[in-house]
Design a protein around this ligand. Structure first.
Ligand SMILES: Cc1cc2nc3c(=O)[nH]c(=O)nc-3n(C[C@H](O)[C@H](O)[C@H](O)COP(=O)(O)OP(=O)(O)OC[C@H]3O[C@@H](n4cnc5c(N)ncnc54)[C@H](O)[C@@H]3O)c2cc1C
Length: 425
């Protein structure tokens, strides 16, 4: 076996790319990470959630949990109301935290900055910002990317972690689906802002941030749900409102939102919900159209198997799955474990094993996003009043009580044999 280390290029420094980089680095595999943004912006994005299955990864990277602790949501209860404000049920997360560990929920920009700093500090991770990868190619021995500035980089393997607009998908598919996301029929208004307007404007909404510190509430109506979370001991506040919308636009995290339109969606709803929207600074409100992409037949380039798509580039998730970032991270962790086992001479084998370990799990979890939305949006209220807990988020052990790294090391050889015997995905 070759004694030189595997060389890996990662395209995109989101949670998929950074996790893959940190895990490869931890296993002494050097990484070149190319990111199109010229700098990071902590203001981009809002609430993002990591289930126990991915929160466990933060503990692998020294000092990261300590940095996360002061900025993540601390409450362990989720209070549900019907659309008119009648209390329905409280879901407690105490027991699952005890069994499976804690979750990490917080501001996407802030958590992202912590991981980015961690990756920047590793001597075997080189990060180049302001590098937009325009094309991917491969030979039987190497994978190549070319950036918009005309630079070419070569490695044993390229991991395309470029998010939903991935260019590498066309390399995998053999045709361009860059501009072909399918509208899901839903959109989300999203807001995050310092909670002072909730404290000062109307006593009706003060309890959401004071004296209760971090709180988590949901209001469920016909084809609409409205969720709130306060954070950092109630000093910051976020809300999301998912509603029917069939607009045909591209995915974007920074599409400006309109309070007037948001208020229209919740017309006649609990005055608390309407007041939250009224006090929201308009420049902190965004409108995000939710789109689907059909599942890819494979995550790996069919020609030489040296280019793989990971994270949202491979499998975008609906927010109601609460697993998009977690699955992006699992991709990186499992890839690093597979490459660690296989070594430089068997990079292509490692990538095929990785795909097989990931494919079924990712697509099964993707479906839970639709199930949760339907459970809330098409709720049978007579049945719910008889069994209020049926509104609870499904918290399933097969998703959350899962150690992706351990499973990868356990399953590698068995999966390799399946591949050798010609079993299909
Ligand atoms: C700015 C931003 C804000 C977000 N905010 C939220 C949020 O508030 N809540 C939430 O639940 N999810 C949010 N998401 C999505 C969430 O981070 C992802 O769904 C999930 O974490 C999967 O991550 P990913 O790494 O696969 O993709 P992403 O997080 O989308 O990361 C992809 C990365 O690749 C880079 N990139 C793209 N194309 C190229 C290219 N050609 N060359 C080089 N680099 C490239 C992008 O700049 C980005 O940094 C946001 C994503 C982004 C990019």
């Amino acid at each position: 076996m070759s004694s030189s280390p595997i060389s890996v290029i990662i395209v995109g420094a989101g949670f998929a790319g950074l996790t893959a980089a940190l895990e490869l680095s931890r296993k002494s595999i050097p990484v070149l990470l190319l990111e199109k943004s010229p700098s990071l912006s902590q203001t981009l994005g809002d609430i993002i959630s990591f289930g126990q299955n991915s929160s466990r990864f933060f503990a692998k990277w020294p000092g990261v949990l300590e940095k996360l602790d002061p900025i993540i949501h601390q409450s362990t209860e989720f209070h549900f109301h019907d659309w008119q404000g009648k209390f329905v049920t409280t879901q407690s997360f105490v027991e699952e935290h005890r069994k499976w560990g804690t979750r990490v929920n917080g501001h996407r920009g802030e958590i992202h900055q912590i991981l980015f700093d961690q990756a920047s500090a590793q001597p075997n991770i080189s990060i180049l910002l302001n590098q937009t990868v325009m094309s991917y190619s491969e030979t039987k021995d190497s994978a190549i990317v070319t950036t918009s500035s005309g630079h070419t980089f070569t490695a044993d393997l390229v991991l395309a972690a470029e998010g939903v607009h991935s260019r590498a998908r066309s390399k995998i598919l053999g045709y361009d689906d860059h501009s072909r996301p399918t509208p899901s029929g839903y959109a989300v208004f999203r807001a995050w802002f310092p909670s002072s307007p909730l404290l000062t404007s109307n006593p009706l909404i003060k309890h959401l941030v004071y004296p209760n510190g971090d709180t988590h509430n949901g209001w469920i109506g016909k084809d609409v749900h409205f969720l709130t979370a306060s954070i950092k001991n109630g000093t910051e506040f976020s809300w999301v409102c998912t509603h029917a919308d069939d607009a045909q636009i591209k995915e974007s995290w920074q599409f400006p939102g309109s309070k007037e339109k948001a208020l229209k969606v919740v017309e006649g709803w609990d005055p608390i919900v309407q007041e939250i929207i009224r006090v929201t600074p308009e420049d902190r409100l965004f409108d995000y159209k939710l789109v689907f992409r059909d599942p890819l037949p494979t995550f790996v380039s069919p020609e030489h198997g040296r280019i793989a798509v990971i994270g949202d580039a491979a499998h975008p998730f609906l927010p109601t799955s609460v697993q998009g970032a977690s699955q992006a991270m699992e991709d990186g962790v499992v890839m690093a474990a597979c490459l660690d086992i296989a070594g430089k001479d068997k990079v292509q084998e490692a990538v095929k094993v990785w795909e097989r370990i990931r494919y079924e799990r990712v697509h099964a979890i993707q479906k839970t996003g639709v199930q949760t939305r339907e459970q809330w949006h098409k709720a049978d209220w007579d049945a719910i009043w008889k069994n209020p807990d049926s509104l609870h988020l499904k918290r399933e052990a097969w998703i959350l009580d899962f150690d992706a790294e351990k499973v990868a090391y356990q399953r590698y050889q068995e999966v390799r044999k399946e591949l050798e015997s010609g079993e299909k995905l």
